[in-house]
Design a protein around this ligand. Structure first.
Ligand SMILES: C[S@@+](CC[C@H](N)C(=O)[O-])C[C@H]1O[C@@H](n2cnc3c(N)ncnc32)[C@H](O)[C@@H]1O
Length: 278
């Protein structure tokens, strides 16, 4: 998802990438107004924003964005638990282990003792983009977190680390038929999948790979539906999802919006479902 002021790029990684295992700088946000009355919303004023700069903007965006995502995970783990959707967590695009930790925490809060957690990433950042994105910093190697750093964050988080498995490699090579077969033989169906790999060409093999691992009630979270390609449905991950829908037997019920960038869908099968708006 793009970061704004910029794109997710900046958002996630920002102009000054910190080493993953190191503590992140804490930036004090301005105190919000205390007034109760017009304009009926807590808006910082010019005085509060007098020293507002790029670091504050990044901290502001990150706090808002990760809060939205954490809320999505809270709601969706409640959905899958309440509906008895049993399966694993898959994440395609793991980087700083932010959403992955949200999944681990929610799984623990719901006492999901049999869920496995699969982290698919190059752990070398993005491949060289072959589609034209609107985010100039999406270049080969951008958004890199090493496998070691990623697993360091998982272990430091202290939840279900023994059930986390990394699958390292660029999807064009790592998502093999052999690996798919292994998942199928283990009856490892997906309960929740986060597709968070930014690029059209990265998402295409992901949808193909997960298709036989889906089940009714599984949730697909597409993080970059409106990011990286100026929100155009004819480009980016949105395009990959639309193309995939032409090929699969699954149907997708729109479920939650994750702010301006993402959306989740519930997987179901009935081609003859009554037509209407939900
Ligand atoms: C935006 S980051 C993911 C953010 C992560 N979910 C988080 O919350 O910290 C995108 C990730 O996708 C990975 N990625 C993108 N395209 C890929 C591909 N074709 N193969 C493997 N990994 C890919 C990058 O390495 C990067 O870690």
């Amino acid at each position: 998802m793009a970061k704004s002021a910029g794109a997710k790029s900046a958002r996630a990684k920002s102009a000054k990438p910190a080493k993953a295992a190191e503590p992140q700088p804490k930036i004090a946000l301005p105190a919000m107004g205390r007034k109760i009355g017009e304009p009926w919303v807590d808006l910082p004023d010019g005085k509060a924003l007098a020293n507002w700069g790029r670091d504050e903007e990044i901290a502001y965006n990150q706090t808002n964005r990760q809060t939205e995502k954490a809320l999505f995970y809270r709601r969706t783990f409640d959905f899958i638990t309440d509906n008895r959707v049993v399966g694993d967590y898959h994440e395609y695009g793991c980087h700083r282990c932010r959403t992955f930790r949200m999944a681990l925490t929610e799984a623990r809060l719901h006492n999901l003792k049999s869920m496995n957690f699969f982290a698919f990433d190059s752990f070398e950042g993005l491949p060289e983009p072959t589609s034209q994105t609107s985010v100039e910093i999406w270049k080969r190697g951008a958004l890199t977190t090493t496998e070691e750093n990623f697993m360091g964050m998982v272990r430091a988080h202290g939840i279900y680390a023994d059930r986390v498995k990394t699958i390292k490699g660029f999807y064009g090579e790592s998502l093999t038929d052999k690996l798919k077969q292994k998942f199928l033989e283990g009856e490892n169906k997906i309960a929740l999948v986060n597709v968070d790999c930014d690029l059209y060409e990265s998402a295409v093999p992901v949808f193909k790979f997960i298709d036989p691992l889906l089940q009714e009630g599984a949730v697909i979270y597409i993080d970059d539906l409106f990011a990286g390609y100026k929100g155009s449905p004819s480009k980016g991950v949105a395009r990959a999802f639309l193309e995939y829908q032409q090929k699969t037997r699954w149907r997708f019920q729109r479920h939650l919006d994750i702010s301006w960038w993402g959306r989740s869908y519930i997987v179901y099968l009935d081609k003859h479902a009554p037509v209407g708006v939900l």
